[in-house]
Design a protein around this ligand. Structure first.
Ligand SMILES: [Zn+2]
Length: 207
């Protein structure tokens, strides 16, 4: 990465936390689809499917780990006293062991940790961006691409610099970075060196 301090609009803590919570649920639910719609991992029910945190969400270190989530219907999440993740831990652990071995193993690797990360210890844009990539792997599209496009552009700063200095068209830069025209131009506008390059091309009559 170049030494230039790249400017982009950073996600605030509260906005970042909400955005991560939202996409985490989607990623977890995407792991169990029935006819294209989320379903309960236990019974296959599609009524009120919720994403359950295996290690509680108040532990920030694992709050946004996709492996830490299982989609469950309201009954198997917390309504049933004999068969729900929240009310019947003996049943839940047995079920997890038999049906979700990856999550079960992960749980036992981490449940004795005492991670001290707090809400302030995260680069929200970075995690959000990784989760967007996972969403794209799952579904072929980004969840809300515009939410972290500015951040992704900041990561691609050097590439944009090289492309703008060379013969690449704005369309080619858009294709290379996945950014729309407006987002790309906004980002360029915020960064003096890129702005200068763009201006130089415009005066030369390049588009
Ligand atoms: Zn269920």
């Amino acid at each position: 990465m170049s030494d230039v301090k790249v400017k982009y609009t950073k996600m605030s803590r509260s906005r970042g936390r909400n955005a991560l919570d939202e996409i985490w649920k989607v990623l977890v639910k995407n792991n169990h689809l029935l006819n294209g719609k989320p379903c309960c991992a236990v019974c296959g029910g599609q009524n009120m499917v919720q994403a359950h945190h295996v290690i509680g969400r108040s532990i920030y270190a694992y709050r946004w780990e996709p492996v830490n989530g299982v989609p469950l219907c309201a009954l198997h999440h917390d309504a049933c006293v004999w068969q729900s993740a929240h009310h019947a831990p003996w049943w839940w652990l047995q079920w997890l062991k038999e049906n979700k071995s990856v999550t079960y193993e992960w749980l036992y690797q981490h449940c004795w940790d005492r991670p001290t990360k707090t809400a302030d210890d995260f680069v929200y844009d970075e995690i959000y961006s990784q989760m967007e990539e996972l969403h794209k792997q799952q579904t072929g599209v980004y969840f809300k691409a515009d939410r972290c496009i500015d951040y992704r552009l900041s990561k691609a700063y050097d590439q944009i610099l090289v492309m703008l200095s060379g013969d690449s068209s704005i369309k080619q830069i858009m294709a290379a970075t996945g950014a729309g025209d407006t987002a790309l131009k906004k980002f360029i506008g915020k960064n003096p060196e890129l702005r200068r390059l763009l201006k130089a091309r415009t005066t030369k009559g390049k588009k």
